[in-house]
Design a protein around this ligand. Structure first.
Ligand SMILES: Cc1cc2nc3c(=O)[nH]c(=O)nc-3n(C[C@H](O)[C@H](O)[C@H](O)COP(=O)(O)OP(=O)(O)OC[C@H]3O[C@@H](n4cnc5c(N)ncnc54)[C@H](O)[C@@H]3O)c2cc1C
Length: 531
């Protein structure tokens, strides 16, 4: 049986960082297993292609939530990358870290070494920011972070409109303060996606001590008593095993790391027995504490043909194709949101509780990202620190059966109130004079939707995830914690979880940069522990 020092499961945002950092020492051997294939699909690399990969089973797990009463019993799509680079190969490319207080909060919960002061060096270590100052940003790190390739008069007007309503301009929302409006920074280089695969894996593929296996689907962790010693997996259905001399590291993401633990007999005894799995170790928090950002987009018709709806069709599309090819800019470099906004919905709050994703594009089907055939723009609020908690659990003892995702979006009163407040603020901004030359009528939810109840009804009817599931193997020292603050699975030797699932609380922003930070820090902790 093949033997390595470390086996890393999942080549996503965390896994690629782990593989890179752990194999820096040529005397340490690393196996990186990825259930998906190579990242050679062209739509991964052209930024606007994320609209296509959103529904492409070749690179996307295409999970769905369970129908839930709070969101009118809809099955909400939960895309996740199934490819080298993981979700960073299909994500919206927005570079957002959250708020300093998020990490101070993790530390306050008893997680030593996770305050903002502790984690800032790891954000900086991974980053090559081409325009921001160095107090909060890194230069020379593997991950390219750039300004948007173009700015647009209509979105300049949107940012001015927010200022007219008393919300400040803020270009560096990852710096001293998050609050305000401006353009997002993106993980792109020269108009192409900069996934973790490009940033962390491609430069080290030549290392003899790093083996990357694609189409390698982990079934379970091999345990000897309470110690992880390897992984059982299959490649195109053929069973394989590999042994880890030092540690197994699960980086399969917030949906699948808990799944692998449960399939390995680690989790809630009753649930495991229900699926015929022998209980190796009772850990009630596995698959609990799920948190995610919920967004419901609003849309307006625009008076002038200046939106991406027209620029990505017919002759203008050819022009944009040329711009991408020869200049690395233009409509085809569009990320998931172009302008950002971070606001406080109540004056007594210390930091923003709502984030906006704004684009001069609008969709007739927001989940499938089908653009309207008239000029439009959209703006969606999401509550940054939702109180609703959900679960992710196995549905059988087979690794190929998708887990059951129950997010409980909008279950808690505060989440509903904050979401409605976010929708109302969006309207005041869009109604502001700076947007007079552009704004036509509101089409979603439309002028008939007036009261708080009607706005909530809209949110329940059309909303969905902004794709930030976290927390299902949470770090901590309470009975529901799954890993300790060095990300070691409680009660099991030689096993860590390093990915979005370890966040005890969801950060106030998008999650790719925070996951990369988590992996950078975990790699250092593992090297320290090995010494
Ligand atoms: C459509 C979309 C848009 C997003 N937009 C943004 C954005 O604009 N900005 C931002 O900051 N964040 C964004 N995110 C979120 C961000 O990309 C994720 O939070 C982050 O990539 C998660 O990293 P991870 O390492 O936890 O998991 P992932 O990157 O998902 O990696 C998990 C990997 O494990 C593999 N895997 C799973 N199970 C197994 C198994 N059994 N065996 C082997 N391999 C396995 C998967 O195939 C995957 O490659 C977006 C996500 C999506 C899906």
């Amino acid at each position: 049986m093949a033997e390595y020092d470390y086996i890393v499961v999942g080549a996503g945002s965390a896994g690629c960082v782990m593989a890179n950092r752990l194999s820096e020492d040529p005397n340490t051997s690393v196996l990186l297993l990825e259930a998906g294939g190579k990242d050679d699909n062209i739509w991964i690399h052209i930024p606007v292609g994320y609209i296509k990969t959103m529904s492409d089973p070749g690179v996307n797990w295409l999970f769905k939530t369970e129908p839930e009463e709070y969101t009118y019993n809809r099955e909400i799509p939960v895309p996740r990358g199934k490819v080298i680079g993981g979700s960073s190969s299909i994500n919206g490319m927005l570079y957002v870290r959250g708020q300093a207080r998020d990490y101070d909060d993790w530390a306050q919960l008893g997680n030593r070494g996770w305050s903002f002061e502790d984690v800032l060096p790891y954000f900086k270590k991974s980053e090559n920011n081409t325009s921001m100052g160095t107090e909060y940003h890194g230069v020379g790190g593997p991950l390219q972070v750039e300004d948007m390739s173009e700015t647009y008069p209509i979105l300049d007007a949107f940012i001015d409109a927010a200022e007219e309503q008393g919300y400040p301009k803020n270009n560096d929302y990852n710096g001293a303060s998050q609050e305000g409006f401006g353009y997002y920074q993106v993980t792109q280089k020269g108009g192409r996606r900069y996934s973790v695969s490009r940033a962390f894996l491609d430069p080290v593929r030549g290392r003899d001590n790093l083996k990357v296996e694609t189409d390698a689907f982990a079934r379970k962790v091999i345990l000897e008593g309470k110690k992880a010693v390897g992984i059982e997996y299959d490649v195109h259905g053929f069973p394989r095993e590999a042994r880890a001399r030092k540690e197994v590291v699960l980086c399969a993401g917030a949906i699948q790391s808990p799944q692998i633990l449960e399939l390995s007999g680690i989790g809630q005894p009753e649930l495991l027995r229900e699926h015929g799995i022998e209980v190796t170790h009772e850990l009630p928090g596995v698959g609990e504490n799920h948190q995610d950002h919920y967004i419901s987009r609003m849309a307006w018709k625009v008076k002038q043909p200046v939106t991406l709806n027209e620029r990505t069709r017919g002759i203008p599309l050819l022009v944009e194709g040329m711009k991408l090819l020869f200049q690395g800019k233009g409509a085809l470099t569009m990320p998931a949101g172009i302008a950002h906004g971070f606001v406080k919905t109540r004056p007594e709050l210390e930091t923003p509780d709502v984030q906006y994703h704004c684009a001069h594009a609008s969709f007739s089907d927001p989940h499938k990202r089908i653009l309207h055939d008239f000029p439009g723009m959209s703006l969606g609020p999401c509550q940054l620190r939702p109180e609703s908690r959900g679960t992710v659990h196995i549905t059988s003892d087979h690794h190929r059966d998708a887990p059951r995702i129950k997010p409980n979006f909008l279950k808690e009163e505060l989440d509903r109130e904050t979401h409605v407040a976010g929708l109302k603020i969006a309207r005041t901004i869009l109604d502001s004079p700076a947007l007079d030359p552009y704004r036509d009528v509101e089409i979603v939810p439309g002028p008939d939707c007036k009261t708080d109840d009607e706005l909530l009804d809209h949110a329940r009817r059309v909303g969905g995830t902004v794709f930030h599931p976290v927390g299902t193997c949470k770090m901590g020292n309470d009975p529901m914690a799954v890993v300790d603050d060095r990300l070691r699975v409680s009660g099991i030797g030689g096993l860590r979880v390093v990915d979005a699932s370890i966040m005890p609380r969801l950060v106030s922003g998008n999650t790719n940069a925070p996951v990369i930070m988590i992996a950078e820090k975990a790699a250092d902790m593992m090297k320290e522990d090995a010494r």
